[in-house]
Design a protein around this ligand. Structure first.
Ligand SMILES: *Cc1c(COP(=O)(O)O)cnc(C)c1O
Length: 360
């Protein structure tokens, strides 16, 4: 079976050079006579792999020294609970901005721990835009303000960073972390599941400002206490060692490519190919407000939804897979993560044109 262009929203495509290195690593023994997957997380060799991955991530994202980088498990959905457990710090409520299905899930989980103030929402328009800052009703007493800076399902992305004053800003960046430079110092906490734009499933990355640590709810499990994990270099318990190793290879790949500024140029060019075409045809439609359109996840519909099944079937035949949209949006969704080569996007747009010619 040859390799397809995989437009899945996650777990998603990985860079081919990384897969080749990972394949070799499965059997290659280090000085200890063991392969990466078999090493103790407490041994010198794995500690070096872990430290290198953290150093490379810090370099790529220009993470300031007063931020901790944690390699955890439990997914971004785990963080929906772990964030309030750690960041409430004696306060009663938190602000959440509701821009899509993932914000909604984060809100639902946070409600188990605190009073949630939905400061702004785009649910009235099926999550097709980011509410302008002037419309937000922030609570100055909030423990933090939570946003989902890229909504994987709705395809809505923040291209601006909300000003929240003294209140720490928290962002779920699962589906666009590393897609472009992010000004980490503007956030109190950033989290992301790895399986969209970092590496394989099983690893969750948390980047958190040091002064926010140390006041968890008393019932917080130790493995989810940021301070405990920070003091143990994320090794309070066994980290997902092989996932950390592969994430490290992805960081190296990004560095070799030229870093996040370069990655941003490539991602902007890829997204432009699709959006430019969507904007010049009546056959397809983008449901998202222009200025908020995600570069990573591009939902689009066929004006004639009766053709959806045929579109997907023929796309599959052209080696273009996982294009079916989420049921809440309908139609299609093309995820163009870092590892999607521009050739894949050219192939997608060429196919869309051909399909339009044959069915338009
Ligand atoms: C995929 C995703 C999640 C859920 O991640 P899990 O690893 O399944 O917990 C949460 N938020 C966003 C924005 C996502 O894209």
């Amino acid at each position: 079976m040859s390799r397809v262009y995989n437009f899945s929203a996650g777990p998603a495509v990985l860079p081919e050079p990384v897969l080749e290195q990972a394949a070799a690593a499965l059997l290659a023994c280090h000085a200890s006579g063991m392969t990466v997957m078999e090493m103790s997380h407490r041994g010198r060799e794995f500690i070096a792999i872990h430290a290198q991955a953290e150093a490379d991530l810090r370099e790529l994202m220009a993470i300031p020294a007063n931020y901790k980088v944690l390699f955890l498990q439990g997914g971004a959905a785990g963080q929906f609970a772990v964030v309030p457990m750690n960041l409430l710090r004696g306060k009663h409520g938190a602000d959440y901005v509701n821009t899509g299905q993932w914000s909604k899930k984060a809100i639902g989980e946070a409600k188990k721990y605190c009073k949630v103030n939905v400061a702004a929402s785009s649910e009235d328009a099926n999550f097709s835009y980011v509410p302008r800052a002037e419309k937000w009703k922030l609570d100055p007493q909030a423990a933090y303000v939570h946003i989902t800076s890229n909504e994987t399902i709705g395809g809505v992305e923040f291209y601006w960073i909300p000003a929240t004053g003294e209140v720490p800003l928290v962002s779920d960046m699962s589906s666009h972390i590393l897609s472009r430079p992010m000004e980490v110092s503007r956030y109190g906490l950033i989290y992301a599941g790895a399986q969209k734009n970092i590496g394989p499933a099983g690893l969750t990355i948390v980047i958190v400002r040091e002064d926010l640590l140390g006041q968890p709810l008393p019932t917080t499990p130790s493995v989810f206490d940021y301070k405990v994990q920070a003091e143990a270099d994320s090794m309070h318990n066994t980290p997902p060692t092989f996932a950390v190793y592969i994430a490290g290879l992805v960081f190296q790949w990004l560095k070799k490519l030229g870093g996040l500024k370069k990655m941003e140029e490539i991602n902007a060019a890829k997204a432009r190919l699709v959006y430019d075409y969507l904007d010049q045809t009546e056959f397809y439609h983008s449901p998202v407000a222009r200025e908020d359109r995600s570069r990573m996840n591009i939902p689009f519909t066929l004006r004639n939804a009766a053709l959806d099944g045929e579109f997907l079937k023929q796309a599959e035949r052209h080696g273009l897979t996982q294009l079916k949209g989420h049921r809440s949006v309908g139609g299609m969704r093309a995820s163009l993560y870092n590892a999607m080569p521009i050739e894949g996007v050219h192939a997608l747009v060429a196919f869309m044109r051909e399909f339009e010619r044959n069915h338009g």
